[in-house]
Design a protein around this ligand. Sequence first.
Ligand code: ZN
Ligand code: ZN
Length: 762
Amino acid sequence: MNEELLESAYTPGVIEPPLAERWSRKNPLTAAPAHGTKPEYYVLEMLPYPSGALHIGHVRNYAIGDALARYFWMRGYDVLHPMGWDSFGLPAENAAIKNQAHPRAWTLANIAHMKSQFQRFGFAYDWSREVTTCLPEYYRWNQWIFLRLFERGLAYRKKGVVNWCPQCATVLANEQAEGGFCWRHEDTPVERRELEQWYLRITAYAEELLRDLDRLPEWPERVRTMQRNWIGRSQGAEVEFRTEDGGVIRVFTTRIDTIMGATALLLPPEKSAAVAPTEKIGHFTGRYAINPANRERIPIWVANYVLAGYGTGAVMAVPAHDERDFEFCTKYGIPIRPVVDPDADPAPAIAAMVARAEREGFGKGTVAYRLQDWGISRQRFWGTPIPILYCDACGLVPVPDDQLPVVLPEHVRLTGQGQSPLAADPEFSRATCPKCGGGARRESDTMDTFVDSSWYFYRYTSPHDDQRPFDPAAVARWLPVDQYIGGIEHAILHLIYTRFFTKAMRDLGLCQLDEPVTRLFTQGMVTRHGAKMSKSKGNTVDPAELVDRYGADATRMYVLFAAPPEKDFDWQDNGVEGIHRFLARVWRLATRPAPAAKGNSGDGACLRKAHQTLRRITVDFEGRWHFNTSIAALMELVNELYAHDAELSPAARASCMRLLLLMLSPFAPFMAQELWARAGEPGEIALAPWPAYDAALASEEQIEVVIQVGGKLRARLAVPPGTGADALEAAARAHEKIVPLLAAQTPRKVVVIPDRLVNFVM
Ligand SMILES: [Zn+2]
Ligand SMILES: [Zn+2]
């Protein structure tokens, strides 16, 4: 028969939607409500921002996580596999400004659409645990946690120089302004402004955040290195320079041994300077300080390349031993004086100079971090209101717990201009002071949305708890997350904040964890025509179109097949079609009537191939997740089954097909379920046990043993090397070509030479 003709019978557009419908009504893969006898596994994929539609990068992230979750279900685990929405943030607010609507309407409509896409893809999330960060039932706990941090001095307010993105019209955290540009607006230079802001004291955990990176061996080394660099611990010294006008300037230096070569003091600029200047610019303040090591009078300059907040802010310029200082001092005619041998180990000199500074009282050994406290104030509407009141009589007053949540107002005029929208809303701003009963003003800043995502996966464990952010028993049951999957772009933002939150929540007595995630996986990017996909480049692919055309199974399977999951790959337009053709071959093999069997000579080869494939896929799931080779192995198996289809006994055929469907199930759940049902198997294949491979059958190496009857070569056997004499003789006697010969005449003697031959002497 014409294979192509029959392939048209595979119609994912017909078989997938009813299953998607059924699974969204009642998901068979939901974790048991309480701890039982099964081992437990928490698979977590980073929750998306509800921008409107899934993009192909999402599909890759979720196809990896879903395959893994499904595998662990089949392995007999109780698996927690939830999903939610990181749904506060600027795009919703900007859309609301454009459409003159409430950001919630846009956000919830997007969530509804994206959720239907998730379900159409067959991603097995437990939607009864869905978390939506922009709803008061979630963000009230941001406020509650904030108040606990405030009580401990871990949330505080201070005036400082901040990063300001004129496009976002809001403050950015240092992590969001790396390199001097906005993380959302890659060509908008960040400005510096002086504002009063709320901060979380992440620096209180700098040392622990750094040290505990050594306790995360199953995190990619690259991520750990990025975090180490971001925390930026340096051992150094703090030195006091007295100024001629009676002041004191404290300087942090990692090279106190070079202090004799310090020919100027440099201060950071206070306002309106770019963060990462290409040209070094400075101005002389007209003031002088005394170098405490040699009593020399040196000028005080302001220099644009000095970072406010690193160490003490001020630095000493040692142009002979620092390249940037050299460039600066050369430009402005400041003396350059070599004082140490650049090739010598500086450690003894550093120790000696620290000792002298401590003895003479002008300095001391110290540690500094590049990490700064996390500025969480945002002057925007669509975020968690910070639960603080300002009273003229009492000062700064926290909102009492029983008045939480502080909800965002329903009616608001969003313009994207001027001050914070909440500050402009008199109804929101007006409040009563809980201490004195007088009038008070409500804080109008909202929280950075990274606060929301710092603990959302704790909430999944008890998503409907209305007494506390999460149930500690549920957290103890599920956390730390066994496997977290997301993009490398979150290495220093989200992944450092969430570690900080875990440690802070532990110290608040909310949980007993030191680290939230045991194993981290960062998937690669999908590019097209060699470039990152973007609407402006016109090189995006729409997952919805692919699903309509080729089905969800083929689309999710292609993103797993195209490359190992940690690698970037360039999208191939015919890729999904290729997988669709493969699935159509599987479909045809499974649904056509078995051909009239001409014996069982294909059994050995097919069963061996099936068990080899099973071993390979099992090892891949347990190890490096090379799903591309797993899927390639499934293709080879299907080729083998086609090649021997007419030489398979019904039992071997059924066994091979059953294994094939079980192995397909984590990758192509719709097809696997449909064919499972058609084969008369009961229930959900997703809940069937993952089969164990037969180690002897799966042994890669096979050697050929010849079978002689009466001195003539009659057949060949493929067996694993080292197969014993008894097993060889039994296999030879059972061979379809030998059975009739031995039925006619009983052998006088049987000679077996393992790995060589079986000789029936007649
Ligand atoms: Zn921006
Ligand atoms: Zn008051």
